[in-house]
Design a protein around this ligand. Structure first.
Ligand code: LLP
Length: 421
Protein backbone atom coordinates (compact mmCIF):
# COMPACT_ATOMS: atom_id res chain seq x y z
CA UNK A 1 0.00 0.00 0.00
CA UNK A 2 1.44 3.37 -1.02
CA UNK A 3 0.41 6.97 -1.60
CA UNK A 4 1.20 7.40 -5.29
CA UNK A 5 -2.05 7.61 -7.27
CA UNK A 6 -3.77 9.37 -10.14
CA UNK A 7 -5.83 12.39 -9.14
CA UNK A 8 -7.61 14.31 -11.94
CA UNK A 9 -5.54 12.47 -14.55
CA UNK A 10 -2.12 13.25 -13.02
CA UNK A 11 0.03 10.92 -10.90
CA UNK A 12 0.41 12.41 -7.43
CA UNK A 13 2.66 11.75 -4.46
CA UNK A 14 0.15 12.22 -1.64
CA UNK A 15 -1.42 15.64 -2.47
CA UNK A 16 1.23 16.84 -4.90
CA UNK A 17 1.26 16.31 -8.66
CA UNK A 18 4.59 14.79 -9.69
CA UNK A 19 4.51 17.11 -12.73
CA UNK A 20 4.67 20.14 -10.39
CA UNK A 21 7.77 18.77 -8.63
CA UNK A 22 9.32 17.96 -12.03
CA UNK A 23 8.81 21.59 -13.11
CA UNK A 24 10.44 22.86 -9.94
CA UNK A 25 13.41 20.51 -9.50
CA UNK A 26 13.94 19.10 -12.98
CA UNK A 27 14.26 15.44 -13.93
CA UNK A 28 15.24 12.80 -13.07
CA UNK A 29 14.45 12.90 -9.35
CA UNK A 30 13.55 10.51 -6.57
CA UNK A 31 10.35 11.23 -4.69
CA UNK A 32 9.40 9.68 -1.35
CA UNK A 33 6.08 9.72 0.50
CA UNK A 34 6.08 10.43 4.23
CA UNK A 35 2.64 8.85 4.70
CA UNK A 36 3.87 5.64 3.08
CA UNK A 37 7.05 5.54 5.17
CA UNK A 38 5.00 6.03 8.33
CA UNK A 39 2.47 3.43 7.28
CA UNK A 40 5.11 0.79 6.57
CA UNK A 41 7.09 1.27 9.77
CA UNK A 42 3.77 1.40 11.65
CA UNK A 43 2.53 -1.87 10.17
CA UNK A 44 5.82 -3.56 11.01
CA UNK A 45 5.95 -2.21 14.55
CA UNK A 46 2.26 -2.99 15.18
CA UNK A 47 2.86 -6.59 14.11
CA UNK A 48 5.16 -6.90 17.12
CA UNK A 49 3.19 -4.73 19.55
CA UNK A 50 3.39 -6.23 23.01
CA UNK A 51 6.55 -8.21 22.18
CA UNK A 52 10.03 -7.26 23.31
CA UNK A 53 11.18 -6.21 19.84
CA UNK A 54 13.59 -3.71 18.32
CA UNK A 55 12.84 -2.69 14.75
CA UNK A 56 16.19 -1.47 13.43
CA UNK A 57 15.54 0.06 10.01
CA UNK A 58 18.23 -1.07 7.59
CA UNK A 59 19.79 2.26 6.65
CA UNK A 60 21.52 0.81 3.59
CA UNK A 61 18.23 0.66 1.71
CA UNK A 62 17.74 4.44 1.85
CA UNK A 63 20.08 6.49 3.96
CA UNK A 64 18.80 10.02 3.42
CA UNK A 65 18.80 11.77 6.80
CA UNK A 66 15.21 12.98 6.29
CA UNK A 67 14.05 9.40 5.67
CA UNK A 68 15.87 8.05 8.73
CA UNK A 69 14.49 10.96 10.80
CA UNK A 70 10.95 10.25 9.64
CA UNK A 71 11.30 6.62 10.71
CA UNK A 72 13.15 7.40 13.94
CA UNK A 73 10.28 9.71 14.94
CA UNK A 74 8.03 6.64 14.66
CA UNK A 75 10.30 4.76 17.05
CA UNK A 76 12.54 2.91 14.60
CA UNK A 77 16.12 2.07 15.46
CA UNK A 78 18.81 1.58 12.83
CA UNK A 79 20.81 -1.26 11.32
CA UNK A 80 24.06 0.19 9.98
CA UNK A 81 26.88 -1.39 7.98
CA UNK A 82 29.56 1.29 7.99
CA UNK A 83 30.95 4.13 10.04
CA UNK A 84 29.25 6.45 7.56
CA UNK A 85 25.84 4.92 8.13
CA UNK A 86 26.46 5.02 11.89
CA UNK A 87 27.09 8.76 11.63
CA UNK A 88 23.94 9.20 9.55
CA UNK A 89 21.81 7.28 12.06
CA UNK A 90 23.18 9.32 14.96
CA UNK A 91 22.78 12.58 13.01
CA UNK A 92 19.15 11.65 12.35
CA UNK A 93 18.61 11.28 16.08
CA UNK A 94 18.51 7.50 16.43
CA UNK A 95 19.64 6.74 19.99
CA UNK A 96 22.77 4.59 20.24
CA UNK A 97 20.95 1.90 22.16
CA UNK A 98 18.66 1.32 19.16
CA UNK A 99 21.52 0.79 16.71
CA UNK A 100 22.90 -2.55 15.53
CA UNK A 101 26.07 -2.74 13.47
CA UNK A 102 26.21 -5.45 10.77
CA UNK A 103 28.70 -6.20 8.00
CA UNK A 104 31.66 -8.47 7.27
CA UNK A 105 34.41 -5.86 7.21
CA UNK A 106 34.12 -3.49 10.15
CA UNK A 107 37.37 -1.63 10.75
CA UNK A 108 38.78 -0.89 14.20
CA UNK A 109 37.98 2.81 13.71
CA UNK A 110 34.37 1.95 12.96
CA UNK A 111 34.22 -0.34 16.01
CA UNK A 112 35.61 2.42 18.23
CA UNK A 113 33.03 4.91 16.96
CA UNK A 114 30.22 2.44 17.58
CA UNK A 115 31.46 1.70 21.11
CA UNK A 116 31.60 5.46 21.78
CA UNK A 117 27.99 5.72 20.58
CA UNK A 118 26.94 2.96 22.99
CA UNK A 119 25.26 0.86 20.32
CA UNK A 120 22.92 -1.98 21.22
CA UNK A 121 24.78 -4.74 19.39
CA UNK A 122 27.60 -5.68 17.07
CA UNK A 123 26.68 -8.47 14.68
CA UNK A 124 30.06 -10.14 14.33
CA UNK A 125 30.76 -12.18 11.22
CA UNK A 126 34.16 -13.85 11.75
CA UNK A 127 36.74 -14.86 14.37
CA UNK A 128 39.30 -12.22 13.33
CA UNK A 129 36.59 -9.58 13.64
CA UNK A 130 35.69 -10.88 17.10
CA UNK A 131 39.35 -10.69 18.12
CA UNK A 132 39.67 -7.12 16.81
CA UNK A 133 36.49 -6.01 18.56
CA UNK A 134 37.71 -7.55 21.82
CA UNK A 135 40.95 -5.58 21.55
CA UNK A 136 39.22 -2.30 20.70
CA UNK A 137 36.78 -2.72 23.60
CA UNK A 138 39.58 -3.59 26.04
CA UNK A 139 41.54 -0.53 24.95
CA UNK A 140 38.52 1.55 25.90
CA UNK A 141 37.83 -0.35 29.11
CA UNK A 142 34.37 -1.44 27.97
CA UNK A 143 32.62 -4.63 26.88
CA UNK A 144 31.19 -4.85 23.38
CA UNK A 145 27.66 -6.33 23.19
CA UNK A 146 27.87 -9.08 20.57
CA UNK A 147 25.76 -11.46 18.55
CA UNK A 148 27.60 -13.81 16.20
CA UNK A 149 26.03 -13.92 12.77
CA UNK A 150 25.56 -17.59 12.04
CA UNK A 151 25.07 -18.89 8.55
CA UNK A 152 22.13 -21.32 8.58
CA UNK A 153 22.82 -22.64 5.06
CA UNK A 154 19.33 -21.84 3.80
CA UNK A 155 18.83 -20.70 0.21
CA UNK A 156 16.55 -17.66 -0.06
CA UNK A 157 16.23 -14.35 -1.80
CA UNK A 158 15.06 -13.13 -5.13
CA UNK A 159 18.43 -13.11 -6.92
CA UNK A 160 21.79 -14.82 -6.40
CA UNK A 161 23.45 -11.44 -5.75
CA UNK A 162 21.20 -10.80 -2.75
CA UNK A 163 21.08 -14.29 -1.23
CA UNK A 164 23.29 -14.40 1.84
CA UNK A 165 22.47 -17.46 3.91
CA UNK A 166 24.10 -20.29 1.99
CA UNK A 167 27.30 -21.98 3.16
CA UNK A 168 29.29 -20.62 0.21
CA UNK A 169 28.29 -16.99 0.88
CA UNK A 170 30.78 -14.66 2.56
CA UNK A 171 28.47 -13.90 5.47
CA UNK A 172 28.48 -15.17 9.02
CA UNK A 173 30.26 -18.06 10.69
CA UNK A 174 29.62 -21.69 9.84
CA UNK A 175 26.78 -23.27 11.72
CA UNK A 176 28.86 -26.28 12.74
CA UNK A 177 31.49 -24.09 14.38
CA UNK A 178 29.09 -21.80 16.26
CA UNK A 179 29.44 -23.37 19.71
CA UNK A 180 33.24 -23.34 19.49
CA UNK A 181 33.30 -19.68 18.42
CA UNK A 182 30.81 -18.70 21.13
CA UNK A 183 33.03 -20.43 23.68
CA UNK A 184 35.97 -18.33 22.48
CA UNK A 185 33.84 -15.17 22.59
CA UNK A 186 32.64 -15.99 26.10
CA UNK A 187 36.24 -16.13 27.28
CA UNK A 188 37.10 -12.66 25.94
CA UNK A 189 37.11 -9.92 28.58
CA UNK A 190 36.06 -7.24 26.09
CA UNK A 191 33.09 -9.16 24.71
CA UNK A 192 29.61 -9.49 26.19
CA UNK A 193 27.89 -12.34 24.36
CA UNK A 194 24.22 -11.42 24.25
CA UNK A 195 22.67 -12.76 21.08
CA UNK A 196 22.49 -14.77 17.91
CA UNK A 197 22.14 -13.08 14.52
CA UNK A 198 20.95 -14.42 11.19
CA UNK A 199 20.07 -12.79 7.85
CA UNK A 200 19.38 -15.06 4.90
CA UNK A 201 18.80 -12.69 2.02
CA UNK A 202 16.61 -9.99 0.57
CA UNK A 203 13.35 -9.81 -1.43
CA UNK A 204 12.17 -13.10 0.07
CA UNK A 205 8.55 -13.60 -0.94
CA UNK A 206 7.62 -16.69 1.09
CA UNK A 207 7.77 -17.64 4.75
CA UNK A 208 9.32 -21.10 4.37
CA UNK A 209 13.01 -20.02 4.24
CA UNK A 210 12.52 -17.78 7.28
CA UNK A 211 10.89 -20.66 9.13
CA UNK A 212 13.77 -23.00 8.27
CA UNK A 213 16.39 -20.49 9.38
CA UNK A 214 14.62 -19.36 12.56
CA UNK A 215 14.02 -22.97 13.65
CA UNK A 216 17.76 -23.53 13.46
CA UNK A 217 18.42 -20.31 15.40
CA UNK A 218 16.06 -21.45 18.17
CA UNK A 219 17.93 -24.75 18.47
CA UNK A 220 21.22 -22.89 18.63
CA UNK A 221 19.96 -20.55 21.35
CA UNK A 222 19.01 -23.56 23.48
CA UNK A 223 22.38 -25.22 22.90
CA UNK A 224 24.30 -22.03 23.71
CA UNK A 225 22.31 -21.51 26.88
CA UNK A 226 23.07 -25.10 27.86
CA UNK A 227 26.74 -24.20 27.38
CA UNK A 228 26.29 -21.38 29.89
CA UNK A 229 25.89 -18.36 27.58
CA UNK A 230 23.33 -15.74 28.62
CA UNK A 231 21.57 -15.36 25.25
CA UNK A 232 19.03 -12.54 25.61
CA UNK A 233 18.44 -11.56 22.02
CA UNK A 234 17.98 -12.97 18.54
CA UNK A 235 18.49 -10.72 15.54
CA UNK A 236 16.48 -12.09 12.66
CA UNK A 237 17.77 -9.69 10.01
CA UNK A 238 15.72 -8.22 7.19
CA UNK A 239 14.66 -9.71 3.93
CA UNK A 240 10.87 -9.50 3.77
CA UNK A 241 10.01 -8.98 0.10
CA UNK A 242 7.66 -6.42 -1.40
CA UNK A 243 5.38 -6.54 -4.42
CA UNK A 244 7.20 -5.05 -7.42
CA UNK A 245 4.34 -6.10 -9.66
CA UNK A 246 5.50 -9.29 -11.39
CA UNK A 247 5.89 -11.78 -8.51
CA UNK A 248 4.13 -15.11 -8.70
CA UNK A 249 3.63 -15.18 -4.94
CA UNK A 250 2.38 -12.29 -2.83
CA UNK A 251 5.00 -11.46 -0.20
CA UNK A 252 3.97 -12.42 3.34
CA UNK A 253 2.17 -9.85 5.45
CA UNK A 254 4.18 -8.51 8.40
CA UNK A 255 1.46 -9.90 10.68
CA UNK A 256 1.99 -13.44 9.31
CA UNK A 257 5.74 -13.01 9.58
CA UNK A 258 5.32 -11.84 13.18
CA UNK A 259 3.09 -14.79 14.04
CA UNK A 260 5.74 -17.18 12.70
CA UNK A 261 8.50 -15.48 14.64
CA UNK A 262 6.56 -15.50 17.85
CA UNK A 263 6.38 -19.29 17.73
CA UNK A 264 10.18 -19.28 18.12
CA UNK A 265 10.87 -16.24 20.28
CA UNK A 266 8.05 -16.57 22.84
CA UNK A 267 9.13 -19.96 24.25
CA UNK A 268 12.74 -18.74 24.41
CA UNK A 269 11.87 -15.46 26.15
CA UNK A 270 14.32 -13.51 24.01
CA UNK A 271 14.26 -9.99 22.65
CA UNK A 272 13.75 -10.00 18.88
CA UNK A 273 15.64 -7.57 16.66
CA UNK A 274 14.62 -6.97 13.04
CA UNK A 275 16.46 -5.18 10.27
CA UNK A 276 13.83 -4.39 7.63
CA UNK A 277 14.89 -2.13 4.77
CA UNK A 278 13.09 -2.70 1.48
CA UNK A 279 9.78 -3.45 3.19
CA UNK A 280 9.82 0.01 4.77
CA UNK A 281 11.10 2.21 1.94
CA UNK A 282 10.74 0.24 -1.31
CA UNK A 283 7.21 1.20 -2.22
CA UNK A 284 7.50 4.56 -0.49
CA UNK A 285 9.57 5.99 -3.34
CA UNK A 286 9.51 6.50 -7.11
CA UNK A 287 12.00 7.74 -9.68
CA UNK A 288 10.54 10.36 -12.01
CA UNK A 289 12.12 10.84 -15.43
CA UNK A 290 11.32 12.50 -18.72
CA UNK A 291 11.17 10.93 -22.15
CA UNK A 292 13.93 12.49 -24.25
CA UNK A 293 13.14 10.67 -27.49
CA UNK A 294 10.76 8.06 -28.80
CA UNK A 295 12.88 6.07 -31.22
CA UNK A 296 11.43 3.65 -33.73
CA UNK A 297 14.08 1.02 -34.52
CA UNK A 298 14.02 -1.77 -37.06
CA UNK A 299 12.85 -4.50 -34.69
CA UNK A 300 12.11 -2.60 -31.49
CA UNK A 301 10.74 0.72 -30.35
CA UNK A 302 12.50 2.60 -27.59
CA UNK A 303 11.53 5.09 -24.95
CA UNK A 304 14.79 6.91 -24.25
CA UNK A 305 14.61 8.51 -20.82
CA UNK A 306 16.72 11.06 -18.99
CA UNK A 307 17.17 8.57 -16.10
CA UNK A 308 19.90 5.98 -16.58
CA UNK A 309 21.46 2.95 -14.93
CA UNK A 310 23.57 5.36 -12.88
CA UNK A 311 20.33 6.60 -11.24
CA UNK A 312 18.60 3.22 -10.79
CA UNK A 313 20.93 0.27 -11.23
CA UNK A 314 18.59 -2.49 -10.04
CA UNK A 315 17.29 -3.60 -13.48
CA UNK A 316 20.77 -3.90 -14.96
CA UNK A 317 22.39 -5.33 -11.82
CA UNK A 318 19.73 -7.79 -10.63
CA UNK A 319 17.42 -8.05 -13.66
CA UNK A 320 14.94 -6.35 -11.35
CA UNK A 321 11.43 -5.46 -12.46
CA UNK A 322 10.08 -1.97 -11.79
CA UNK A 323 6.60 -0.92 -12.85
CA UNK A 324 6.63 2.16 -15.12
CA UNK A 325 3.71 4.58 -15.30
CA UNK A 326 3.19 7.78 -17.25
CA UNK A 327 2.47 10.81 -15.05
CA UNK A 328 -0.35 11.72 -17.41
CA UNK A 329 -3.05 9.09 -16.82
CA UNK A 330 -3.71 7.10 -20.01
CA UNK A 331 -7.22 7.33 -21.41
CA UNK A 332 -9.29 4.27 -20.44
CA UNK A 333 -8.90 1.41 -22.91
CA UNK A 334 -6.09 3.10 -24.84
CA UNK A 335 -4.03 0.67 -26.95
CA UNK A 336 -0.65 -0.22 -25.46
CA UNK A 337 2.44 -1.10 -27.49
CA UNK A 338 5.72 -2.78 -26.53
CA UNK A 339 8.69 -0.50 -25.87
CA UNK A 340 12.21 -1.06 -24.62
CA UNK A 341 12.65 1.50 -21.85
CA UNK A 342 16.25 2.67 -21.80
CA UNK A 343 18.48 5.39 -20.40
CA UNK A 344 21.06 7.62 -22.08
CA UNK A 345 24.15 5.87 -20.66
CA UNK A 346 26.50 4.38 -23.25
CA UNK A 347 25.95 0.71 -22.36
CA UNK A 348 23.44 -1.83 -23.58
CA UNK A 349 22.98 -2.71 -19.91
CA UNK A 350 21.36 0.70 -19.46
CA UNK A 351 18.00 -0.93 -20.12
CA UNK A 352 15.19 -0.74 -17.58
CA UNK A 353 12.69 -2.98 -19.34
CA UNK A 354 12.37 -4.87 -22.61
CA UNK A 355 9.17 -5.04 -24.63
CA UNK A 356 7.16 -3.43 -21.86
CA UNK A 357 3.56 -2.72 -22.82
CA UNK A 358 3.17 1.05 -22.55
CA UNK A 359 0.46 3.51 -23.48
CA UNK A 360 1.45 6.06 -26.15
CA UNK A 361 4.12 8.47 -24.87
CA UNK A 362 5.76 11.47 -26.50
CA UNK A 363 9.08 13.22 -26.02
CA UNK A 364 8.75 15.51 -23.01
CA UNK A 365 6.28 13.23 -21.18
CA UNK A 366 7.10 12.10 -17.65
CA UNK A 367 7.59 8.40 -16.84
CA UNK A 368 7.74 7.09 -13.29
CA UNK A 369 9.53 4.01 -11.96
CA UNK A 370 7.58 2.55 -9.08
CA UNK A 371 9.03 0.79 -6.00
CA UNK A 372 12.28 2.74 -6.27
CA UNK A 373 12.51 3.97 -2.67
CA UNK A 374 14.78 1.13 -1.56
CA UNK A 375 18.23 0.50 -3.06
CA UNK A 376 17.57 3.27 -5.58
CA UNK A 377 19.22 6.60 -4.70
CA UNK A 378 21.71 4.85 -2.39
CA UNK A 379 23.11 2.81 -5.27
CA UNK A 380 23.30 5.73 -7.70
CA UNK A 381 26.57 6.90 -9.21
CA UNK A 382 27.90 9.69 -11.37
CA UNK A 383 28.84 7.37 -14.25
CA UNK A 384 29.00 9.30 -17.53
CA UNK A 385 29.39 12.46 -15.38
CA UNK A 386 25.69 12.47 -14.78
CA UNK A 387 24.83 14.38 -11.59
CA UNK A 388 23.04 12.19 -9.05
CA UNK A 389 19.30 12.62 -9.13
CA UNK A 390 18.00 14.80 -6.31
CA UNK A 391 15.71 13.40 -3.64
CA UNK A 392 12.39 14.96 -2.69
CA UNK A 393 10.23 14.13 0.32
CA UNK A 394 6.49 14.78 0.14
CA UNK A 395 4.43 15.24 3.28
CA UNK A 396 0.75 15.79 2.48
CA UNK A 397 0.58 19.04 0.51
CA UNK A 398 4.20 19.96 1.34
CA UNK A 399 7.41 18.84 -0.21
CA UNK A 400 11.08 19.51 0.31
CA UNK A 401 14.23 18.73 -1.64
CA UNK A 402 16.11 16.51 0.81
CA UNK A 403 19.21 16.13 -1.35
CA UNK A 404 19.92 18.62 -4.11
CA UNK A 405 21.22 17.82 -7.55
CA UNK A 406 24.91 18.75 -7.73
CA UNK A 407 26.05 20.83 -10.68
CA UNK A 408 28.49 19.34 -13.18
CA UNK A 409 30.90 22.08 -12.07
CA UNK A 410 30.76 20.78 -8.48
CA UNK A 411 31.46 17.26 -9.69
CA UNK A 412 34.42 18.37 -11.81
CA UNK A 413 35.77 20.54 -9.01
CA UNK A 414 36.29 17.42 -6.86
CA UNK A 415 38.98 16.21 -9.27
CA UNK A 416 42.46 17.42 -8.46
CA UNK A 417 45.00 18.26 -11.16
CA UNK A 418 48.49 17.26 -10.02
CA UNK A 419 51.28 19.83 -10.16
CA UNK A 420 52.96 18.19 -13.18
CA UNK A 421 49.95 18.70 -15.44
N1 LLP B 1 20.29 -6.84 7.40
C1 LLP B 1 21.37 -7.23 6.70
C2 LLP B 1 22.48 -7.84 7.43
C3 LLP B 1 21.41 -7.09 5.31
O1 LLP B 1 22.47 -7.50 4.62
C4 LLP B 1 20.30 -6.50 4.62
C5 LLP B 1 20.32 -6.30 3.18
C6 LLP B 1 19.20 -6.08 5.40
C7 LLP B 1 19.22 -6.28 6.77
C8 LLP B 1 17.99 -5.44 4.78
O2 LLP B 1 17.34 -6.33 3.96
P1 LLP B 1 15.91 -5.95 3.32
O3 LLP B 1 14.91 -5.92 4.45
O4 LLP B 1 16.04 -4.64 2.66
O5 LLP B 1 15.65 -7.06 2.36
N2 LLP B 1 20.73 -3.93 -3.41
C9 LLP B 1 19.85 -5.09 -3.43
C10 LLP B 1 19.50 -5.55 -2.04
C11 LLP B 1 20.70 -5.86 -1.18
C12 LLP B 1 20.35 -6.29 0.22
C13 LLP B 1 21.54 -6.34 1.08
N3 LLP B 1 21.30 -6.66 2.45
C14 LLP B 1 18.61 -4.77 -4.25
O6 LLP B 1 18.52 -3.69 -4.81
O7 LLP B 1 17.72 -5.62 -4.38
Amino acid sequence: MHHFSYIDGVLHAEDIPLSAIAEAVGTPFYCYSTATLKRHIGVFKDAFAGDDALVAYSVKSNSNIAVIKTLAAEGAGADVVSGGELKRALAAGVPGDKIVFSGVGKTREEMAAALDAGIYQFNVESEPELQALNEVALSKGVKAPVAMRVNPDVAAGGHEKISTGKAEDKFGVAWERASEIYAAAGAMAGIDVQGVDVHIGSQITELAPFEAAFAKVAELVKALRADGHDIRCVDLGGGLGIPYGEEETTPPLPSDYAALIRTFTAPLGVRAVFEPGRMIVGNAGVLVSRVIYVKHGTTRNFLILDAGMNDLVRPSMYDAYHGVLPVKEPAPGVAEAPFDIVGPVCETGDTFARERAMPPMDAGDLAVFLSAGGYGAVQASEYNTRPMAPEVLVNGADYAVIRARPSVEEIIARDVTPAWL
